[in-house]
Design a protein around this ligand. Structure first.
Ligand SMILES: Nc1ncnc2c1ncn2[C@@H]1O[C@H](COP(=O)(O)OP(=O)(O)OP(=O)(O)O)[C@@H](O)[C@H]1O
Ligand SMILES: [Mg+2]
Length: 266
């Protein structure tokens, strides 16, 4: 326990049922236990997450696939502390997100997590550049100029930096969102269909770049995708259906992922 901030551990009365935290660094960047999310009540109740146990290894690239409505975005939002579970636990490293105050949660998100939303979530009054550096401006930290240039170049935004989102195409907005998530090199990056709106060349570059961030900097990437080719960039693919993880595939290839999707009629 030496060196651990014990104020971030679950209260002692929950330790009997939770896996005991250990002093060794966790091999998992994030994990869930019995993650359950229920929207609505009574007749309109939707069980978006139905008791998910998932371990997302550190320094790895994990893809999440599954039919529309299977709970992919909900799972990512809960893992990133953007939404709360109805039951169960989410851990980022050793920290149980349910044990944090709003302020602590905001801070953890800012410092450790980058998120590419399915619907970009850019601020309309800010330029592309300001949107990209917003998380760092909020956190009061300075971007690493060299890294920022690399990110901006890779996503192909160098000549669009002063434009506002309304002056950018959907694909360009998506690239701003990807650059924003990568800009401060967070240890954990969540990307919800980051290449869904991109032409295949830009999509390939962004996937290659995320792969590079994992291989070179041991960043952890979790990506939702419907595209078997995109999924093949990952180390592991998790398949979701009806709020549950129904299968996983290590060292995926596009062909094997496609076969798997066909087998499930997805
Ligand atoms: N805010 C909400 N209120 C009520 N139901 C919701 C809400 N958000 C999601 N749901 C429901 O939860 C289920 C899972 O939704 P989710 O957005 O996680 O699916 P998804 O796998 O990301 O789908 P897609 O591939 O279409 O993005 C769906 O049935 C959806 O209708
Ligand atoms: Mg979704």
């Amino acid at each position: 326990m030496v060196g651990m901030d014990t104020s971030l551990l679950p209260p002692p009365d929950t330790l009997d049922t939770d896996p005991a935290p250990t002093a060794a660094p966790t091999p998992h960047a994030a994990r869930t236990r019995n993650a359950t999310k229920i929207y609505g009540r009574g007749g309109t109740e939707v069980r978006a997450l139905d008791g998910i146990d998932v371990d997302l290894p550190s320094g790895r690239f994990t893809a999440i696939m599954g039919p529309s409505g299977s709970g992919k975005s909900t799972l990512m939002h809960c893992l990133a502390g953007l939404d709360t579970l109805s039951d169960g636990n989410v851990f980022v490293g050793d920290v149980d997100l349910g044990s944090l105050s709003d302020r602590e949660l905001t801070r953890l998100r800012r410092e450790r997590i980058g998120f590419v939303f399915q619907s970009f979530n850019l601020l309309p009054m800010l330029s592309a550049r300001e949107n990209i550096t917003l998380p760092m401006d909020l956190a009061g930290t300075k971007p690493d100029g060299e890294w920022l240039d690399t990110v901006i170049q890779t996503v192909g935004l160098t000549d669009r930096l002063s434009h506002r989102p309304s002056e950018l195409s959907g694909g360009q907005q998506q690239r701003v969102a990807v650059a924003r998530a990568l800009a401060n090199q967070p240890e954990l990056i969540f990307a919800d269909e980051p290449t869904g709106n991109l032409d295949s060349t830009t999509g390939t570059e962004i996937l290659g770049f995320m792969r590079y961030a994992v291989d070179r900097f041991a960043q952890t990437v979790v990506m939702v995708t419907h595209d078997p080719v995109a999924a093949a960039y990952a180390d592991t693919v998790l398949f979701l259906a009806d709020g549950r993880i129904v299968d996983s595939m290590a060292a995926p290839s596009a062909d094997r992922v496609l076969d798997r999707m066909k087998a499930f009629g997805a």
